[in-house]
Design a protein around this ligand. Structure first.
Ligand code: C2O
Ligand code: CU
Length: 493
């Protein structure tokens, strides 16, 4: 039987003790002052089972007109933003993805088959998921496809589950070097091989030029060039003009340097450079996700291209006799390379001006405490939703004060670099879809909002993306069709 007097006595004694000890009070109050906001931060960082990206974070109108009706239930659903459904395809492929012991293949290989099309072609790809339990998608990196074809699980489609298939259709509007990769659990699936190249040829290719594709990828076993480790040698006669199409599918910058001949930077991210000059004694850095097309003429004695200090391509003979040359100290700087030309719009008085300030700070990511990437001071999922309307001229100021480098990738658009650290671009128009923003740098980029939808704008170090370095660009008049999470387990990062 409980003794009625006991608790009261205990309480009285406790009170008496506390009353005599103001220090204890202060300690308790201080602890609460610390724990309550922490608890609130932890709680508010938890991601729901499923959510609509259009409703996440906070809206940033970039100083342009505000349209209160964005998001669910107002406008064209994402899934309706497709290529002309009545147009028959010019190129048709089936890509079947298989996973075996954590290694992904596409039609039995990794990198998967190289897709080739001619500018203007309608490309139709049927993606088949043989046995990937997490589900898969295909994102056409650098191709400004209609939004429903963008391949982002939970944003532009549901993940394609094992035994299912999905058809992608888009017009290859721009000639250039591109690639495809999964955008479901992408930080794992891409690293483990779910990727391949996509080459869109110009209407009239130059028959005199030998084309050579270089897909760089680091698997668990090591760095590879078109799936091969070490040095790859291809036949080429002295005097042969070569176009090297380099794709960096890794999470970090890849440096390349050429021994034996000068080279030109012909195209960056699927856009031609205007009047590219000859480069000698300088290396070139390809951002994660980025591509570069190099032009060179094979000299007597051959030419060699080194990629980092891990793989190399030799055309004809190896001018170094097999000894890996050191990287030059100088780098090609696209801010000044090539000659200026029209960009087709006036970025001086933009309709929207956004900040994308990347930092790092302590907090919670889905309940996990740690140091996380922040965007404009906010942690995922409390990140900006950059709102634009079709036709807007948009300027982004990307500022990196995070202590690490970030290859920033905007889906569905190409942007032109206006300045770096306040220095205006003075070379060829420098169009990008994947831009290396080093720690401490600030870039101003601009584009015309001409492709309605909901578009990811994230770091292509896919580990960083999975750590929350993700935001979205959204058009007014567009509404979501899909949700992250849910029954399909949509998990784009
Ligand atoms: Cu190549 Cu959102 O990615
Ligand atoms: Cu990053």
């Amino acid at each position: 039987m409980p003794l009625p007097g006991r608790p009261a006595t205990l309480r009285a004694r406790t009170w008496a003790v506390l009353r005599g000890r103001p220090r204890t009070w202060i300690a308790i109050a201080a602890t609460l002052a610390l724990l309550l906001p922490l608890g609130w931060m932890w709680q508010s960082s938890l991601l729901p089972d499923s959510y609509d990206v259009a409703e996440m974070g906070y809206v940033d109108w970039g100083g342009g007109p505000v349209d209160g009706h964005h998001g669910m239930g107002h406008g064209t659903p994402v899934e309706e933003l497709v290529a002309d459904p009545d147009r028959p395809p010019d190129v048709r492929e089936t890509l079947t993805v298989h996973v075996d012991d954590d290694r992904y293949t596409v039609n039995g290989t990794s990198p998967g088959p190289t897709l080739e099309a001619t500018v203007g072609d309608l490309v139709e790809v049927t993606l088949v998921n043989d046995n990937v339990d997490d589900g898969i998608t295909l994102h056409w990196h650098g191709v400004d496809v209609p939004n429903a074809e963008d391949g982002v699980a939970g944003v532009t489609q549901d993940a394609v589950l094992a035994g299912e298939e999905h058809v992608y259709r888009f017009v290859a509007e721009d000639a250039g070097t591109f690639w495809y990769h999964s955008h479901q659990v992408s930080h794992e699936q891409v690293r483990r091989g779910l990727l391949g190249a996509l080459v869109i040829h110009p209407e009239v290719p130059d028959p005199e030029v030998q084309e050579q594709l270089v897909v760089l990828h680091r698997y668990a076993q090591g760095a590879t060039l078109n799936g091969e480790e070490g040095t790859t040698t291809v036949d080429a006669q002295p005097g042969q003009a070569v176009r090297l199409r380099v794709v960096n599918t890794d999470n970090g910058l890849s440096s390349l340097w050429v021994t034996g001949a000068p080279y030109q930077v012909l195209a960056v991210d699927g856009r031609d450079v205007n009047q590219p000059g000859d480069v000698t004694g300088a290396k070139y850095g390809v951002p994660a996700g980025g591509r570069v097309d190099l032009g060179l003429v094979v000299p007597e004695g051959g030419v060699r291209v080194d990629f980092g200090s891990s793989t190399a391509l030799v055309l004809g003979e190896d001018p170094t006799g097999g000894e890996a040359p050191r990287a030059p100290r100088e780098s090609v700087d696209l801010l000044t390379y090539g000659e200026p030309a029209e960009i087709g719009f006036d970025p001086d008085d933009p309709d929207r001006h956004f900040d994308y300030r990347i930092g790092k700070r302590p907090g919670f990511l889905d309940g996990r405490p740690g140091m996380w990437w922040s965007v404009n001071g906010h942690l995922f999922p409390d990140i900006p939703m950059y709102m634009v309307s079709e036709g807007d001229v948009v300027v982004f100021e990307i500022d990196n004060g995070s202590g690490d480098n970030h290859p920033m990738h905007l889906h569905g658009h190409h942007a032109v670099v206006l300045s770096r650290d306040g220095v205006p671009a003075s070379g060829s128009p420098w169009w990008v879809d994947s831009l290396e923003v080093k720690d401490g740098e600030t870039y101003e980029i601009a584009f015309v909002a001409d492709n309605p939808g909901i578009w990811m704008d994230h770091c292509h170090n896919l580990v960083h993306a999975a750590e929350g370095l993700v935001a979205h660009l959204m058009y007014t008049g567009v509404e979501s069709s899909f949700r992250v999470g849910g029954d399909q387990g949509n998990q784009p990062e």
